[in-house]
Design a protein around this ligand. Structure first.
Ligand code: PMP
Length: 416
């Protein structure tokens, strides 16, 4: 067992190193050891598909964001290979200086067309897009209103801006209205089209009304909505008819598009202003040719074949119906993330472990990603999952809930 005060040779450690080793989150990771295995950093030994080689076994993968299967699409892979051959493995510079490839601009043009907006700006990660937007848009005296389940990339951006952050209840525009009405501080509101942990969708129309009434800019993170929600796969902004109204939409290429990178979509004047002000855009290397070309090709496929989105939705419906038929209660949504509430962190990790033993990989979600006592088993559906696989995972989940005597209400153990 590591002693934080001194190293293995008995020399005293610097206080910052002691604090690092004594961090309670490190102790939390030890909780995993009690269930026999840490659920994190599982070694993946093949491409990410419905069946993925992990730690020497073929595992049914219900923990990947490869929603449309495009990470393994031959056309997408070929585009990445060709771009690497033509443009090189990396761009060795930032967009500002030597790294602004015609390829980056081509992807920005394709994204503008896809969303029917006049501005788009491509980043090396989706994390960077949110970090950049928040940090460039907000000043120290501004207010960021964020949903209490907001992704870390947004929170980090608000902290980078040193702006004042206030949370409102999850998916509760009335709570935002009640708090923001009394407040004259300039600011913005950020919501996710599809929430990354619980998988539910934001009531965007109402959020837009509230933002207009309170003079807040509206930012919608469609990381999980792109390619999964809306007829054309634009996200919840499409489903709720606010594609043109959101001040900014942020997306990532690392989920439905099967690549890596991210973007801010909005109006030209604002996006061009951001381009020269956004430190996480200016002071990092531009996205690799392979990633940009793969995202471009995946976007082209999504645009020409909306059937992909429909097929994914069908699989999602099958999994939800199969879970409900077995007495489980997934959090209501029609997005690709199907989360079932387990309860305590320890029970959630145990449930994960039992699924893993049966050759199924899902994501365990525990505090602080969700409020304490509301741990989730999070299943991510891919269009390429077989119908039979969906039934297998639903059976396994029902068995796990029963073996651990977890309530079918999905809220912890059955009282005995
Ligand atoms: N926003 C949300 C809601 C996300 O779930 C994620 C990825 N987990 C990101 C942003 C960041 O995207 P990326 O992983 O592509 O950097």
């Amino acid at each position: 067992m590591t002693r934080p005060e001194q190293d293995t040779a008995g020399r005293p450690r610097a206080p910052v190193i002691q604090r690092l080793l004594g961090d309670p989150r490190v102790a939390q990771a030890r909780l995993g050891k009690r269930i026999g295995r840490l659920p994190y950093f599982t070694r993946v030994e093949s491409a990410t598909g419905p069946i993925t080689r992990m730690e020497g076994r073929d595992i049914l993968n219900f923990g990947s964001n490869n929603y449309l299967g495009l990470a393994n699409d031959a056309r997408v892979i070929a585009a990445a290979q060709e771009a690497t051959a033509r443009w090189g493995a990396g761009v060795t510079g930032s967009r500002l200086l030597n790294g602004n490839l015609a390829l980056h601009e081509e992807l920005e043009e394709a994204l503008r067309r896809f969303y029917g907006r006049t501005g788009a700006m491509v980043f090396s990660t989706g994390y960077g897009a949110n970090l950049g937007l928040m940090s460039a848009l907000l000043g120290r005296n501004d207010r960021a209103w964020v949903d209490e389940e907001m992704h870390a990339s947004v929170l980090d951006g608000v902290w980078l801006a040193r702006a004042n952050m206030k949370r409102f209840g999850h998916n509760d525009p009335e709570h935002l209205l009640a708090q923001a009405t009394e407040d004259n501080t300039p600011g913005l509101c950020v919501v996710e089209g599809v929430y990354s942990m619980r998988g539910d969708r934001a009531p965007l129309r109402r959020f837009l009304e509230v933002c207009r009434a309170t003079k807040l800019a509206l930012v919608v993170d469609e990381a999980h909505g792109l390619g999964t929600v809306g007829e054309r796969g634009l996200g919840t902004v499409e489903e709720e008819g606010i594609v043109q109204d959101a001040d900014f939409i942020t997306i990532t290429f690392s989920k439905s598009l099967g690549s890596c990178g991210g973007a801010i979509i909005g109006d030209k004047a604002q996006v061009e202003a951001l381009r020269v002000l956004t430190r996480p855009f200016l002071f990092t290397a531009a996205n690799t040719p392979a990633s940009v070309a793969a995202a471009l090709e995946a976007l082209r496929i999504l645009q020409t074949d909306p059937e992909l989105v429909r097929q994914l939705k069908e699989r999602v419906r099958s999994l939800r119906e199969a879970l409900v038929a077995r007495g489980l209660r997934p959090i209501p949504s029609d997005g690709p993330i199907v989360s079932v509430e387990v309860g305590a962190d320890f029970d959630t990790l145990q449930a994960w472990r039992l699924l893993w033993n049966r050759g199924i990989y899902a994501n365990p979600v525990i505090h602080p990603a969700v409020p304490a006592g509301h741990g989730l088993l999070r299943l991510s559906v891919m269009r390429t999952h077989e119908e039979q696989t969906v039934r297998t995972v639903a059976d396994a989940c029902a068995d796990v809930f029963s073996d651990l005597q977890l309530s079918q209400e999905g809220r912890g153990k059955v009282a005995s």
